[in-house]
Design a protein around this ligand. Structure first.
Ligand code: IPE
Ligand code: IPE
Ligand code: MG
Length: 238
């Protein structure tokens, strides 16, 4: 994989934890535990390869519909991940960001996430972005609200609104020139976006491996990247 065929921003919908567990006779939460272990490997691999931004869909606005017991396992796993990984992430120059309505998360999870983001704020090598309580429609609605409010206050004129105006009000704006997704992977064979990064994926390449997230190895990730490298991205040109 050469630098020119390596996606700068990879987004992953980590799907299939529940099915992985149930097909083995385990409760669904066990799939989340096994899935969390994969996060570490994929983050490390992206950093080694020189990927600039990795966005992981960990929890959608729609996932609030799930039973409380499942949600509490997810928050516990998130906190464990942060505690275990912060020093390694720091050593590797990785900056941690969160997109989504994460003020809805339980307080301890928010506190630990906030502290980890502060610790990792100086990371220059790669952005690791967790999408937590994230929904693209909520993000776009929020951007519209911000723009409308600026117009109301007279700090923005409607005639000046362009694509950059919208982009800079999205939650991904901190990623700067890497905010567009180059490569979107969804595991588990589902072929849908489930409300993930609608604006940012306008020109993304997509890959849908059948593998369930807890089985998604670095080797398989590399095969996805090879398929990406073989694509011709034309962006409307010839
Ligand atoms: C993805 O796995 C993880 C989260 C949504 C938190 P799922 O829990 O959706 O697993 P399946 O799709 O039911 O197998
Ligand atoms: C999308 O997966 C969200 C995450 C993987 C975090 P879901 O499993 O919630 O999506 P649907 O319900 O299959 O569309
Ligand atoms: Mg799912």
């Amino acid at each position: 994989m050469t630098a020119s065929t390596l996606p700068a921003h990879i987004a992953i919908i980590m799907d299939g934890n529940g099915r992985w567990a149930v097909s083995r006779g385990y409760p669904r939460f066990y799939g989340h535990i096994r899935g969390a272990a994969r996060v570490r490997e994929i983050v490390q691999e992206c950093r080694t390869l020189g990927v600039r931004a990795l966005t992981l869909y960990a929890f959608s606005t729609e996932n609030w519909k799930r039973p409380d017991e499942e949600l509490s396992v997810l928050w516990t796993l998130l906190r464990k991940y942060i505690r275990r990984e912060v020093s390694e992430l720091k050593k590797n120059g990785i900056r941690l960001r969160v997109i989504g309505e994460w003020s809805r998360l339980p307080e301890e999870a928010r506190r630990e996430l906030g502290a980890a983001m502060e610790t990792l704020a100086g990371g220059q090598e790669m952005d690791l972005v967790f999408a937590l309580s994230y929904g693209a429609r909520a993000e776009l609605t929020d951007a519209v609200r911000k723009i409308a409010s600026e117009c109301e206050h007279g700090t923005l004129r409607s005639s000046e609104i362009n694509e950059a105006t919208v982009e800079s009000r999205l939650w991904t704006s901190e990623l700067g020139r890497f905010s567009d997704v180059d490569f979107m992977i969804r595991t588990s064979g589902e072929r849908r976006l489930s409300n993930f990064l609608l604006w940012q994926c306008s020109y993304a390449e997509f890959d849908f491996p059948d593998t369930l997230w807890p089985d998604f190895t670095v080797q398989e990730f590399r095969r996805c990247l090879e398929r990406y490298g073989a694509r011709k991205r034309r962006f409307g040109g010839i």
